[in-house]
Design a protein around this ligand. Structure first.
Ligand SMILES: Cc1ncc(COP(=O)(O)O)c(C=O)c1O
Length: 394
């Protein structure tokens, strides 16, 4: 057993990030400024997007995207239940109803579940690229086109992931209908594949929506109002929308500029460790490794195993406790949103509404996976999982 605790996730921050943040602090420009603009431009180029707008979280990005689309009271938005609460919370903030739907065995929302949930009140579809593996976007975009519904992709886990060779967040050739815009929100929370401490980015190919989202991110103040304290700026601005205070700061962007440069390397390390886990658990009938699709690149924001509970004498919670006793951290992604008290009490969701997500929830454990891990750390996780399995085999 290892003698130090291995956390489930840690950010990988180098001297370049520290120097860049220090430079921002010394410059006196600590809020939105030139580094935020540079980060937006570099991110836009990396993704291959037409517009990229930096915000202070993915949650803010999702909220702004739905606001820009005019989602409001009486509207319905389709959200998979196996997600972080914020995907659904932002729908509630706008007075709309999150219609929580089931997922498939690969943890991603199924096009069938989406189609069954579409009603005349549906105003948007919010697929979540669970764990960093893109959803079945061809089928989802086909539904969006057929029903004229915008798609707001929750790509919190998927910065750098690709579907049929196209990076998530770049314009969708599979979505030719102009009445169905595509907006994508990313997260740079510390557990994500790249981090800005807290932070997020929204991308879209739609010029009008991009402009509206930019305004919404900073009080609805007319363009480049952030420059008003520079010699290039002017004190005069106009408020054209009741916007929010969701802008990214240059301190965050300072981190992002260097994290973005390292992103492909980080992803490569995560993918290599994921292969090691896949191979190490292949002979264990008690453990199922993630289902992957050959037409998508999985960037392994998380590596999620499923326990075959009928082959074990302990449940998932006990399995996690046993890993912890062996100094291995882990987590669960996610408690299905429809099971949370607020969603049950407000919208009447019940156990049984999303049977696949409920079954998966009882089985899943996210194992440690981050680029700062060593091969030795990975082996410690493998040894610990195998030890718990062999001690509790039915
Ligand atoms: C699926 C999903 N969506 C949205 C978010 C929110 O991201 P942020 O913390 O950047 O607001 C998260 C964060 O963990 C997430 O996992």
């Amino acid at each position: 057993m290892r003698d130090t605790f291995l956390p489930f996730s840690l950010p990988t921050i180098g001297e370049e990030e520290i120097a860049e943040v220090t430079d921002s602090l010394r410059s006196g420009w600590v809020t939105t400024g030139p580094k935020t603009k540079r980060f937006e431009e570099q991110f836009r180029e990396y993704i291959g997007a037409r517009h990229a707008i930096a915000v202070n979280s993915c949650t803010a990005g999702l909220h702004i995207a739905l606001t820009a689309l005019g989602i409001g009271a009486g509207d319905e938005v389709i959200v998979p239940t196996l997600t972080f609460c914020s995907t659904a919370n932002v729908v509630v903030h706008l007075g709309a109803r999150p219609v929580l739907v089931d997922v498939g065995e690969d943890f991603n929302v199924t096009p069938e579940a989406i189609e069954q949930a579409i009603t005349p009140r549906t105003k948007a579809i919010m697929p979540v690229h669970y764990g960093g593996q893109p959803c079945d976007l061809k089928a989802i975009y086909a539904l969006a086109t057929r029903y004229h519904l915008p798609v707001v992709e929750d790509a919190a886990h998927a910065v750098g992931a690709a579907y049929k060779g196209r990076r998530i967040g770049s314009p969708a050739p599979l979505l030719p209908c102009s009445s169905a815009p595509l907006l994508t929100a990313f997260s740079f929370y510390p557990t994500k594949n790249m981090t800005t401490g807290e932070g997020g980015m929204i991308t879209t190919a739609d010029d009008e929506l991009a402009e509206r989202m930019r305004l919404l991110s900073l009080h609805g103040m007319s363009r480049d109002a952030w420059k008003r304290y520079t010699s290039a700026g002017s004190w005069y601005y106009e408020v054209v929308l009741p916007g929010y205070k969701d802008n990214m700061t240059d301190i965050q962007a300072a981190l992002g500029i260097h994290q973005l440069r390292k992103l492909d390397g980080f992803i490569g390390t995560r993918q290599r460790y994921a292969r090691l886990y896949d191979q190490a658990f292949a002979d264990l009938p008690e453990i199922e490794t993630p289902i992957t699709h050959p037409d998508r690149s999985h960037i392994y924001h998380i590596y999620v195993i499923r326990l075959n509970l009928e082959r074990l004498t302990i449940d998932r919670a006990q399995f996690i406790e046993e890993l912890k006793a062996l100094n291995i951290g882990s987590s669960v992604h996610f408690i299905p949103v429809h099971l949370h008290p607020f969603y049950r009490e407000t919208f009447g969701y019940r156990l049984g509404d999303c049977p696949v997500a409920e079954r998966l929830y009882a089985q899943i454990i996210s194992l440690p996976l981050f680029p700062g891990m060593t091969n030795h750390d990975v082996q410690d996780v493998i040894d610990a999982v195998r030890k718990v399995v062999s001690a509790h085999r039915r």
